[in-house]
Write a protein that binds this ligand. Structure first.
Ligand code: PMP
Length: 392
């Protein structure tokens, strides 16, 4: 007997994420990436040892200083203060300590935010190609995903198409800048146009459309560019952050949601977010991460080294004849597959132990994604393989 649930929401989640999970368990990458000579460009995962300062901070924080060290924790005042202070300093915006909700990474931050604002029947807009999980997370929150394409080769913020996709059911839009996978940082002028569209549509609808700003990569920025935060342009916005990218420690889950001081109804929104976090089962991040935060908050991987790796890859790939993005931020290059069948081409690379992510897994068939979190040795070993693969 088939469980009808598997034809409902759970079935929808399985249909949309099944191919991705199959890839993560069955592909040549899944089976061979740890083998000798593998060049792993697949995900934003570390290919080198973590920052020693990060490890030492965890070691120190693991030693209890009182009997409550590992007691049940809400978000603790000290880490909330650390986050608000660094946001104030970095962005020049007066974030308040109590408007910081500590989360188990951006995954949890996004899930909690969506659950807080959407009701069944609401629509949530996301931009495609997206980070893999948006569509399913919107479905899991009980809302209807509405996809708006962003077009190669520039992948600009499609403000007009967003305006056209808004209906009276629109409740939220997810904006990710710097954007995974395209590496775009949206300029302030586009974010202002978006804010104007959202403000007008909210007035028309008689209720706010929320902007969920996924800022996972806001510190992975190249060429000393500015990062304009969408939250600076639109008051009804949530800032979602994870330390997993800046520290390249995605398995040690930690991040936050910040409500900007311009958000209306913050007094009600603040407890609403907290309550949703608790009942959705996400609660708050572990005691250990909260204790370690004061030491961890200011740490970062070497962005200049990452930028040098980006330059090396982009120049070499273009030299071989590939069409590739030159990302302004994030870990990723999006490359047009010389074979329109991106799966076939990535399998060809995998025969020589170069592992990249086929575009058909992130709504961009005909392309593939390279993560420059691979180490320099992998980059150098991969280049002759990329050269041979495009030659035929
Ligand atoms: N948003 C984007 C755009 C991401 O790329 C990721 C991680 N790949 C996340 C959110 C989730 O971050 P974390 O796993 O650190 O919670």
């Amino acid at each position: 007997m088939t469980d009808p649930r598997l034809a409902g929401t759970t079935g929808r989640l399985l249909d949309s994420l099944g191919p991705l999970f199959d890839f993560f368990t069955e592909s040549p990458w899944a089976k061979k990436r740890k083998g000798p000579g593998a060049c792993d460009f697949l995900a934003g995962n570390p290919q080198e040892m973590p920052l020693p300062e990060f490890v030492e901070a965890l070691q120190r924080a693991a030693v209890p200083k009182d009997k409550d060290w590992y007691a049940y924790k809400l978000a603790e005042p000290e880490p909330m203060k650390v986050v608000a202070e660094s946001l104030r300093e970095e962005r020049g915006i007066e974030f308040e300590d109590e408007d910081i909700v500590l989360t188990t990474g951006a995954f949890a931050g996004l899930a909690i935010t969506m659950r807080t604002v959407v009701d069944p029947g609401d629509e949530v807009i996301f931009l495609s190609p997206p980070w893999f999980f948006y569509e399913s997370m919107i479905v899991a929150a009980g809302a209807e995903p509405v996809r708006v394409p962003i077009d190669p080769p520039d992948f600009d913020l499609p403000v007009d198409a967003i305006a056209a996709a808004i209906t009276e059911k629109t409740r939220a839009i997810i904006v990710n800048s710097p954007q995974n996978p395209t590496g775009r940082i949206y300029p302030g002028s586009d974010l202002q146009r978006l804010a104007d569209v959202l403000t007008k549509a909210s007035e028309r609808n008689g209720r706010p459309i929320y902007l969920i700003s996924d800022e996972a990569y806001c510190k992975i920025v190249y060429d000393d560019r500015d990062f304009p935060s969408p939250t600076d342009f639109y008051p009804n916005s949530f800032l979602v952050y994870t330390y997993g990218k800046t520290l390249l420690t995605p398995g040690q889950r930690f991040g936050y949601i910040a409500l900007p001081p311009t958000m209306p109804d913050r007094d009600r929104m603040r407890p609403a977010v907290l309550v949703t976090a608790v009942v959705a089962g996400w609660l708050f991040p572990t005691a250990l991460m909260q204790h370690a935060l004061p030491e961890i908050d200011g740490l970062s991987i070497d962005i200049k080294a990452l930028q040098a790796r980006r330059d090396r890859m982009v120049e070499a790939l273009r030299g071989f004849g590939y069409e590739t993005t030159n990302p302004e931020g994030t870990f990723y290059l999006v490359v047009r597959s010389p074979d329109p069948d991106d799966r076939a081409f990535t399998l060809k690379l995998a025969e020589d132990r170069v592992y990249v992510l086929p575009g058909s897994l992130f709504e961009l068939p005909g392309f593939f994604r390279i993560s420059i979190t691979a180490n320099d040795d992998m980059v150098e070993r991969s280049l002759p393989v990329f050269e041979k693969a495009i030659a035929g």
